[in-house]
Design a protein around this ligand. Structure first.
Ligand code: CA
Ligand code: CA
Length: 330
């Protein structure tokens, strides 16, 4: 099972926080705030916050959306909802449309109201007071993430009110949280998780990790990246790595930035790559593009080639992605 470490993520519930304007906006423009606005455990990634187009969390986790597409009621058997304990980095529970101990803890479709729902019975799990849980919605067949939402569980709501601001979704322990979400036809998961991996390419438990939200198509590659557990005060490059070694086939630099004194990094922007991903002659052309985060000291900005191989310092993608630069090659 995947392991996660806690990373500070964009809270986009509140408009004063950093918000990706969304992939649907014709000009591809993103709005970015100051990094100081990134503090806080609350995070949600869905279309309304610049995440996967056509994927929405619904009340009570998020406000009613303004959906523009057609609901897809056919996906239940290929969905998975995983609740992760962000402090321990462990899985609390995984819901599917079948296997659970509690009948209401299955993913069900409500075609009339155009949503999927699974009830998260917090009383069935041992959740410490103040615990932050991240709820991932993913495609079961390939693990691709549609989006996620963080909730914080408290012993009582009085405590919750004293500890969190209005951007945190607080839940009283023992209550049942209806996790409702909407997926529209042709919605393509646009959240990529990156991990530190060991020599067998397994995810390192409690290792460094990151989340990349991106727009799968557009004239520019629009992205927000949030990573943690990295080397403090170190410059990193977020790259498209195109095989074979050393990755300049053609490869591309997406962004550069400094990890802070705690080893956290946030990168946000919009770059004209001038190519689709993956791009010939990348050996992964048939499958998708590799996205890595590597220290700048191991990367040649001029040639897009790797110059070192210190894998304990890198984050690797958990799946290959595709991106369509809409003003190149159709
Ligand atoms: Ca372009
Ligand atoms: Ca294209």
């Amino acid at each position: 099972m995947y392991r996660y470490m806690k990373v500070v993520l964009v809270c986009a519930v509140c408009s004063s926080f950093v918000v990706l304007a969304g992939c649907a906006g014709g000009d591809g423009a993103f709005l970015f705030g100051k990094s100081s606005a990134l503090i806080g455990p609350a995070a949600i990634s869905h279309e309304a916050t610049g995440g996967t187009e056509g994927f929405f969390f619904l009340p009570p986790i998020a406000p009613d959306p303004s959906p523009g597409g057609t609901f897809d009621a056919t996906l239940a058997s290929d969905l998975e909802v995983e609740v992760v304990d962000l402090d321990l980095g462990t899985t609390v529970v995984i819901f599917t449309d079948t296997a659970t101990t509690n009948s209401s803890e299955t993913i069900r479709v409500n075609a009339d109201d155009e949503h999927y729902i699974v009830n998260f019975h917090t009383d069935l799990y041992d959740l410490p007071d103040g615990q932050t849980c991240r709820i991932f919605v993913r495609r079961k067949s390939d693990g691709a993430v549609y989006g996620f939402a963080d909730v914080q569980v408290f012993a009582n709501m009085k405590e919750a009110k004293s500890l969190v601001d209005d951007t945190t979704f607080a839940l009283k322990d023992g209550r049942t949280l209806p996790v409702k979400f909407r997926i529209e036809q042709h919605a393509e998961p646009a959240v990529l998780l990156l991990y530190e991996k060991d020599s067998n390419w397994n995810i390192v438990e409690g290792g460094a990790s990151g989340v990349l939200a991106y727009c799968p198509s557009g004239p520019t590659f629009d992205y927000f990246f949030d990573g943690g557990g990295l080397q403090a005060d170190t410059e990193y490059n977020l790259i498209y790595y195109a095989d074979p070694w050393p990755g300049n086939n053609p490869g591309a630099l997406i962004a550069s930035g400094m990890a802070d004194g705690s080893g956290n990094i946030q990168l946000a922007g919009s770059i004209d790559l001038g190519m689709d991903l993956p791009q010939w002659p990348d050996e992964n052309l048939a499958d998708g593009a590799k996205i890595w985060l590597v220290p700048s000291s191991d990367y040649n900005l001029g040639t897009n080639a790797m110059t070192g191989w210190n894998t304990t310092e890198y984050l690797f993608e958990d799946r290959l992605i595709t991106y369509d630069d809409t003003d190149v090659n159709g």
